[in-house]
Write a new protein. Structure first.
Lengths: 657, 435
């Protein structure tokens, strides 16, 4: 009794401390927020080169100039509102060591590397606590005690990995800031003069995040039962709120660089910090990044599980890490599916903000990179399907689906080839002459938008079908209307395929601007399959007869390579899309406000970008494998819970089968 | 290949040495012949893997900034060595195999990126002040072509684009399919006809049902073809050509930005240059500069007119001899290398004040020269060093101090890269590569 009370007391103290840490930034920032305009203008911008306004004024007065208070107003470049100028203009840089000090190496590449590594680790440590929250919650609500323990252990394993990565994230953040300060001092000076209060909040939030994550991790054993467990899981909610705010604050900087607001045409801050944060692209970036982080985090954890699976010495270990890989893959793919829609929103906002920017992305300088992206999306879906087909092998009763796989491969490959076929190509005059027009005489026929949409929608619909087959792999529906349900599902899928393909063909017979609209019914068809058919299948499989248990661990080694492929491809795609997003500013540090006059103001070739992305991806993976290895050193007690009998049936929660 | 092997040896010699010592150690320390054979075999595999790894790294090091599209081969080599190590080192097999798989995926994607056509965004246009008012129509037209397409003669290049960014949406050549915005071929004649379109409501802006009825209150509508072009630039939504409006607005709103406003912000002088090109390239007589600017003044109030760039560029800006966007022979000419050096393959480069630049032949010998005190280890490094810091090593019998030491500041990284790329391929007695 005494022990339990003491535990409760400590937990409440810990929670109090955590809330205190959370409130600390707000309390400390109150005076800052109250006097934002004064502060923002007061210090001036060191990068601008001139003295701060408050220093300059007395000198002017002494010189007999305008002694009265002169208020200058400027117009916000985005919001079009008027505001009092409280900052210095964006510095006009030149290619010299004052503005761009350098080593005998391209500074932009160094910054690219530092930035990308910080982002990879940052994304991972922001995504993992979200998994932990979900999985720990699943463990709490699970009625099966063995499964509950397994989930709890899994969540603990995740946070343990992320803790080592967390330190690395902080170190890489420091390296990134030093890189900015030493190689791009004028630009970073300007950015920090605008975002000074935001940067302080960011730093304080980081303190709060650190405090919370340590309490969350070290309190795991102390708070494992009853009310304390609920307090513990609620801490993960707090942790994720802080993490999300952190990410959104960092996004505000890149949002400002792409679509500045809150400043006038000269880049002078107009005193409204919310305008500076809430730029045209901020919210789409936030949503896109949260989903992207989750898909990426799922990929990293799946690779970890694959590594442990391949290195396993016992059946128990293999079973545990097979299951872990499956859960991580399911989470990753669950967030991969909405990612294109978030991307679509982001692109729509880009077009709305600056049409030229959108065209540079999709139909101009960076268009070939989008061809790579399309290829990667195809690879991700193909790998996911392959993994699920392999996973059918660990279920008795799933053999009946094996014979259809070859047809699915055919459908997926055809869809993939159509999806990646370009239509209008940026080319040199010689190439244009050789090809006889903007479109390839044969391939050009296949690359129109509705056909591409048809390709990707066929791929996603087939993935849904594979998933449904996997879900019912070892089960036999016992509901009285099972036969009707199966026929209905079959007809529904057949109609979906017909509709998607028919619209893809119909697109050739209508003008381009009308053709674009066909994507709506095509996507609606795919989403109908995803939501209605998955739900219907769930209902049909309730109380279904088990043909045999899922034999976790009895999956081919090839499947684990599919997981590794998924993880590497996620990482590569993240690097690619980040490069595209950053490159679209072309020769602007801050779009249309601060020009990049460094010797590296041009856009690299596709090949160079691909090499650099590969380097970043591989560096990240080499270091994270080291982190994984470190994780295995700490506690050799694991997997204690793995000694719990391997479940003879599938895990219950929604993410698992 | 010799360069590559040399570089890999210079990078990896401590590892090779260590493995060789290990081999000797096993030979003398192990009495069990089976164990010894296994240990030596594994060490040999390690040496093979190390050799492959260092060749791969050296390939990256030598060609990182070059135009080689074979860098992914390095990744394939590492993939192969990782799987090979995975086969023979069973205790770390999983780690090697996973690593190998990751390198394979990266190699595939990197190779794909290098296989696709290589599009490189050029350098931004330099910020220079021009006096459009005093130019002849042809000079104005040339400036117009630069604004639209990024350079003189670029109008024939598909994908060429300049500050005005017009080709992003408009077609300019006869018969060219232009889906986003009207093809501007024939616009000088068509402009007059558009005024008679009932939807234009000439002289009656109030009758228009478009998103914007006038460029600004009281601006009215165009009366001449040139005014129509000016109005289209200043107020794209005042009249939208059928089929080119924002989707869903029934051609009442144009997707085109006002060209005198951010992000494009062309000045009246620049707009006059653009319009002059539209006439001149079709062999038509363009209105005078004054007439064109007057047409724009009708639709752009004074407060909205972008001012010509008054600010002088900050110290050093604009002082580049070559920014890297020029063809190679022009870079050599602009930097005046041709005056002093003989450079095979470069027209007019027959100077004898400095040494002949056959650097693939020269550089290795000079690096080995005991008098050489620089830090270059490769041909490329040596050339870069010689351009940026000519006094580091002075070729006999040429005197020191003749070559300027400003090229580090006066050449952009892109220009320097092109110079280094070319010179590093020149060999004595061999045909120079095509420029």
């Amino acid at each position: 009794m005494g022990g339990l009370t003491r535990k409760k007391l400590w937990s409440i103290v810990a929670l109090g401390a955590m809330i205190g840490l959370l409130l600390l930034p707000t309390i400390m920032l109150l005076p800052t927020i109250m006097s934002l305009p004064a502060l923002a203008g007061g210090g001036g911008a060191p990068a601008a080169g001139g003295p701060p306004p408050d220093v300059a004024k007395p000198a002017d007065a002494a010189a007999g100039k305008d002694a009265g208070p002169k208020v200058e107003k400027g117009r916000d470049v985005y919001y079009k509102t008027e505001g009092i100028v409280t900052g210095a203009p964006a510095p006009k840089t030149a290619d010299n060591s004052q503005f761009y000090p350098r080593y005998n190496f391209e500074s932009r590449v160094l910054l690219w590397f530092a930035n990308q590594q910080h982002l990879y680790y940052g994304s991972f440590v922001l995504a993992v606590p979200i998994f932990c929250m979900i999985i720990e919650f699943m463990g709490i609500v699970s009625k099966d005690r063995a499964m509950a323990k397994k989930y709890d252990q899994l969540a603990y394993d995740f946070i343990k990995i992320s803790l080592t990565a967390y330190s690395l994230t902080a170190i890489l953040g420091g390296i990134l800031i030093f890189t900015f300060l030493t190689l791009y001092p004028a630009f970073f000076g300007y950015l920090s003069s605008i975002f000074r209060p935001v940067m302080h909040v960011y730093a304080l939030m980081f303190v709060a995040e650190s405090g919370t994550i340590y309490i969350y991790y070290y309190g795991w054993d102390k708070m494992k039962e009853g009310l304390l467990k609920w307090i513990h899981v609620s801490m993960s909610v707090v942790l994720n709120v802080i993490g999300t705010v952190l990410m959104m604050l960092a996004n505000s900087w890149i949002g400002f660089m792409m679509s500045p607001a809150g400043v006038d045409e000269q880049g002078r801050y107009l005193g409204n910090i919310w305008h500076v944060i809430h730029t045209a692209l901020w919210n789409p970036l936030n949503v896109h990044r949260i989903l992207g982080n989750m898909a990426f985090g799922g990929g990293v954890v799946a690779a970890y599980a694959a590594y442990r699976f391949l290195a396993s010495k016992t059946d128990e270990e293999r079973a545990h890490y097979d299951w872990m890989g499956y859960i991580a893959m399911a989470i990753g793919v669950a967030f991969l599916i909405p990612l294109p829609f978030a991307g679509y929103w982001l692109m729509r906002e880009v077009y709305a903000y600056r049409q030229q920017m959108g065209i540079t992305l999709m139909g101009g300088l960076l268009a070939w990179l989008f061809i790579i992206q399309a290829t990667m999306i195809g690879i991700l879906f193909l790998s996911s399907n392959y993994y699920l087909w392999q996973a059918l092998g660990r279920m008795r009763g799933a053999e009946k689906y094996q014979r259809y796989i070859k047809y699915m491969v055919f459908v997926l490959v055809v869809g993939f080839l159509i999806f990646i076929t370009p239509h209008t190509i940026v080319m040199t005059p010689a190439e244009l002459k050789a090809m006889g027009g903007q479109q390839h005489p044969v391939l050009g026929n296949y690359g129109v938008m509705s056909a591409k949409n048809g390709g990707i929608n066929v791929i996603i619909t087939t993935t849904v079908l594979t998933f449904i087959w996997y879900m019912r792999g070892n089960k036999l529906s016992t509901v009285s209307w099972a036969k009707f349900g199966n026929i209905f599902m079959g007809v529904f899928f057949a109609c979906a395929y017909v509709n998607i393909i028919w619209l893809a063909i119909y697109g050739y017979y209508i003008p381009a601007n009308v053709r674009v609209g066909l994507s709506v019914p095509q996507v609606a068809t795919t989403l109908s399959c995803l939501f209605f058919m998955t739900a219907l299948n769930g209902v049909m499989m309730r109380g279904a007869k088990q043909m045999g248990p899922i034999e976790w661990g009895k999956i081919s080694v090839r499947s684990q390579y599919a997981l590794i492929m998924l993880a590497t491809a996620f990482t590569w795609m993240m690097g690619l899309m980040g490069y595209i997003r950053s490159s679209v500013r072309l020769f602007w540090h801050v779009n249309e406000i601060m020009r990049d006059n460094s010797p590296w103001a041009y856009t690299h070739t596709t090949g160079f970008a691909a090499n650099m992305i590969s380097f970043n991806v591989l560096f990240f993976w080499v270091t994270i494998l080291f982190v994984f290895w470190l994780g295995t050193l700490g506690v050799k007690k694991a997997p204690v819970e793995a000694k719990v009998p391997i479940p003879g049936r599938a895990p219950e929660p929604a993410v698992g089968h | 290949m010799a360069d590559l092997l040399g570089a890999s040896l210079s990078l990896g010699w401590p590892v090779f040495l260590f493995l060789a010592c290990l081999l000797v150690y096993f030979q003398f320390s192990m009495s069990d012949p089976d164990k010894r054979r296994r240990a030596q075999f594994k060490t040999f595999i390690g040496m093979l893997a190390a050799a492959m790894a260092f060749i791969a790294i050296a390939n990256y090091k030598l060609n990182f900034f070059g135009n080689s599209r074979l860098l992914p081969v390095s990744l394939v080599m590492i993939t192969a060595l990782a799987f090979m190590m995975g086969l023979y080192f069973s205790n770390m097999s999983a780690l090697f195999k996973i690593g190998g798989m990751m390198f394979l995926v990266a190699a595939g994607l990197s190779g794909y990126g290098n296989w696709l056509p290589q599009v490189e965004g050029g350098f931004p246009p330099p910020e220079v002040k021009l006096d459009f008012g005093s130019m002849s129509p042809q000079q104005l037209a040339d400036e117009g072509e630069k604004i639209i397409f990024g350079g003189i003669g670029q109008s024939k290049v598909q994908g060429a684009i300049g500050k005005g960014q017009c080709p992003l949406c408009h077609g300019f050549n006869e018969g060219f399919l232009s889906e986003r915005a009207p093809n501007l071929f024939g616009i000088p004649e068509r402009a007059k006809k558009q005024l008679e379109d009932p939807r234009y409501h000439k002289g009656k802006p109030g009758d228009r049902d478009t998103a914007q009825k006038e460029a600004f209150p009281g601006a009215g509508t165009a009366e001449t073809g040139q005014e129509y072009i000016a109005e289209s630039h200043a107020c794209p939504s005042c009249y939208v050509v059928a089929g080119f409006g924002v989707k869903g607005t029934n051609d009442k709103e144009s997707p085109m930005p006002a060209i005198h406003k951010p992000p494009i912000s062309l000045t009246l002088g620049e707009l006059a240059a653009v319009d002059t090109w539209l006439y001149v390239r079709e062999g038509k007589e363009a209105p005078t500069f004054e007439d064109i600017t007057k047409a724009y003044e009708k639709f752009i109030p004074e407060a909205d007119r972008p001012k010509p760039q008054e600010d002088k560029p900050a110290a050093g800006a604009g002082g580049l001899l070559a920014d890297g966007s020029e063809p190679l022979d022009q870079i050599f000419a602009k930097a005046q290398c041709v005056v002093c050096h003989t450079i095979p393959g470069i027209p007019g480069a027959v100077g004898t004040v400095g040494p002949k630049l056959v650097e693939k032949t020269n550089a290795p010998t000079r690096i080995k020269d005991p008098a050489y005190k620089g830090s270059a280890k490769t041909v490329r490094d040596y050339i870069t060093e010689s351009v940026i810091s000519p006094s580091t090593y002075v070729v006999k019998p040429f005197p020191d101090g003749v070559m300027p030491k400003v090229f580090g500041q006066k050449l952009s990284a892109g220009a320097l890269n092109k110079i280094v790329d070319y010179l590093s391929q020149l060999e004595e007695g061999k045909v120079p590569p095509k420029i």
